[in-house]
Design a protein around this ligand. Structure first.
Ligand SMILES: C[S@@+](CC[C@H](N)C(=O)[O-])C[C@H]1O[C@@H](n2cnc3c(N)ncnc32)[C@H](O)[C@@H]1O
Length: 232
């Protein structure tokens, strides 16, 4: 019998135990925003090509901390997001602008990176700022309460690196910010042509250096989308 194999074999990252700086955040609340901790149970979870992995596997439950805004999850510290954010932080240089504070995961890595001289974080939600800022060690970081799209055009600061992660999705997968990632890329590169721009969520190492493999399920997802469209 011949077993046919895909030419894009899945890579699995085994997670035996799990802890990030967010594991130690107290489960506090501020206005519409709160922190929650719940386990990811035994199973496998998407890794989206980050560090060359398609999936991470969990044998025994691991604790995952979430940022909840108005009852919706805006960020989690699971292996996908923690490693992804740390890889973007490692790639950053000079004066860095981060769009979206979330759990502040990327800030931990940027503070450690000696090639980074200053970190400006633009966050639209005051409750997120009040809840998360006291939980992070900040030596080079300044938090700016503003809409990133407004700040982008009004600021007179200069930046060497942008890390964009302001995507908050509704249940249809549409970004609530109303911007596609590629239009974001256009807007930032027009305004700051010589800056490096990293965009979380893009599956291309040029724009998202955390991703080093096309996950095996991309092709399946594409074909399912085609089938659904053909049936509609
Ligand atoms: C996915 S979280 C960011 C996670 C973050 N990268 C981390 O390391 O934890 C998205 C954040 O972007 C913020 N946000 C959404 N739209 C924004 C905008 N237009 N300007 C600034 N911040 C925005 C949200 O309030 C939320 O805190």
């Amino acid at each position: 019998m011949t077993i046919l194999r895909s030419d894009n074999e899945p890579n699995f990252l085994k997670i035996a135990s799990w802890e990030t700086p967010a594991t130690k955040y107290p489960l506090s609340k501020r206005g519409r925003v709160r922190l929650k901790r719940k386990p990811y149970r035994r199973g496998f979870y998407n890794m989206e090509g980050v560090r060359g992995y398609d999936y991470f596997t969990v044998k025994k439950p691991i604790p995952i901390t979430s940022l909840i805004v108005d009852g919706e999850t805006w960020m989690v510290d699971d292996p996908l997001h923690w490693y992804g954010m740390q890889d973007l932080a490692k790639a950053a240089r000079g004066r860095v602008l981060v769009a979206g504070l979330g759990l502040g995961l990327v800030i931990h890595g940027l503070e450690e990176n000696e090639a980074v001289t200053a970190i400006d974080v633009v966050e639209i939600d005051e409750d997120v700022i009040d809840l998360i800022t006291p939980l992070i060690k900040m030596k080079k970081t300044r938090i700016i309460n503003d809409d990133f799209w407004r700040y982008l055009y009004e600021t007179e600061e200069t930046y060497d690196t942008f890390i964009l992660d302001i995507w908050v999705y509704d249940e249809t997968g549409t970004t609530k910010a109303g911007y596609s990632m590629l239009s974001a890329l256009g807007s930032v590169s027009t305004r700051f042509p010589s800056a490096k721009i990293y965009i979380w969520g893009i599956r291309d190492p040029k724009w998202n250096p955390a991703v080093t493999k096309a996950p095996c399920y991309i092709e399946t997802e594409r074909r399912i989308a085609e089938l659904l469209e053909a049936e509609a």
